[in-house]
Design a protein around this ligand. Sequence first.
Ligand code: NDP
Length: 397
Amino acid sequence: MANVLIIGAGGVGQVVAHKCAQVPEVFENITLASRTKSKCDKIAAMLPRKIDTAEVDADNVPELVKLIEKVKPDMVINVALPYQDLHIMDACLETGVHYLDTANYEPPEEAKFEYKWQWAYQDKFEKAGLMALLGSGFDPGVTSVFTAYAKKHHFDRIKTLDIIDCNAGDHGLPFATNFNPEINIREITANGRYWENGEWVTTKPMEEKRVFDFPAGIGEKDIYLLYHEELESLSKHFPEIERARFWMTFGASYLKHLEVLQNVGMTSIEPIEFQGQEIVPIQFLKALLPDPASLGPLTKGKTCIGNIIRGTKDGEEKIYYVYNISDHQECYKEVQSQAISYTTGVPAMIGAKMMLEGKWMKPGVWNMEQLDPDPFMEDLNKYGLPWQETWLDKPFK
Ligand code: NDP
């Protein structure tokens, strides 16, 4: 039985707190800390069990160290923002505590996410006998485990990988983002990028579009090629992959709003001077947009996130599709959050559980696909993210 410290009391933090609280046989003591303690207290009040709460600025390593020394957790589950990753990793090293996150480090001043900064901690974690598990959300996270599972059980060789993320939910508002608006908009307005024949191919934002017919009654939706962080680690850890791409659904109205906001400069991360104050336009926009957590009670419909994998087994070519369907309203009923936070928070809890139960525990810095997919896949079915698999007769082009 373990003691965990969750950092970040946003949409995902709320789900992680709920899901850890549901598994007392693993998570005996839980502390939820964030920049704003009142947010932690609000979440704590929703839970059926008592948890502790604390205030911490996760950009301040000495403050983090002090909190970790007080709480004495076995591990930290970092669901603050990607900007805090390295600070929290430093504090974990200083205090001898294991680490997990759901998104790779991004420098605040540059819209660029890469694993190089966190992979550089490999030796330090290994020497300290500590584990850092990177990207234990849905994508990255479950999509990485889906790939490892496909390779372990269904393919001798993977040729192409397409990760397709569909949110068919509707919140009825003209424009809102389903998770942190700053992170979301930075991701979408960046160039697209995919892996092909050993190199990265860059596309303009939203340049590559397809129509995909989703299962579970969702039907046909427009999907757009984006760069997503798991492509970097999957192409490294499965060098046989000839082409790896990531796709996401966007509605026409969402894209129109985003285009206008971009055209007027509201999505910029460059600070500007306004009435004697320096402001960052995208941060100001975040303050205007609905808090993603407030979308929970409004959102109806399903999500479908999965991988289409083409490859060979015993010389025969096969096309495999593995996916999860989640329902926004069902998620809300269980943890008072919509499905985007739910599908991220559940894998964070399961990743922590894998580490604490010793199934995945090993010193060093690891991406999800480097670990045995089987116990994680089993727990997805048990803890709210059941998956389905099928064979397709036509390749996804
Ligand atoms: P939110 O913005 O809702 O929550 C982030 C939380 O982190 C807030 O409570 C915020 O506190 C806290 N925080 C921010 N800065 C600090 C700091 N310096 N010190 C302490 N706490 C801080 O984001 P989400 O919950 O939607 O996302 C959480 C993480 O999950 C992000 O890293 C995101 O990229 C990742 N994610 C991963 C996905 C995946 O599938 N892998 C999918 C979706 C998200 P406060 O409110 O007080 O400012």
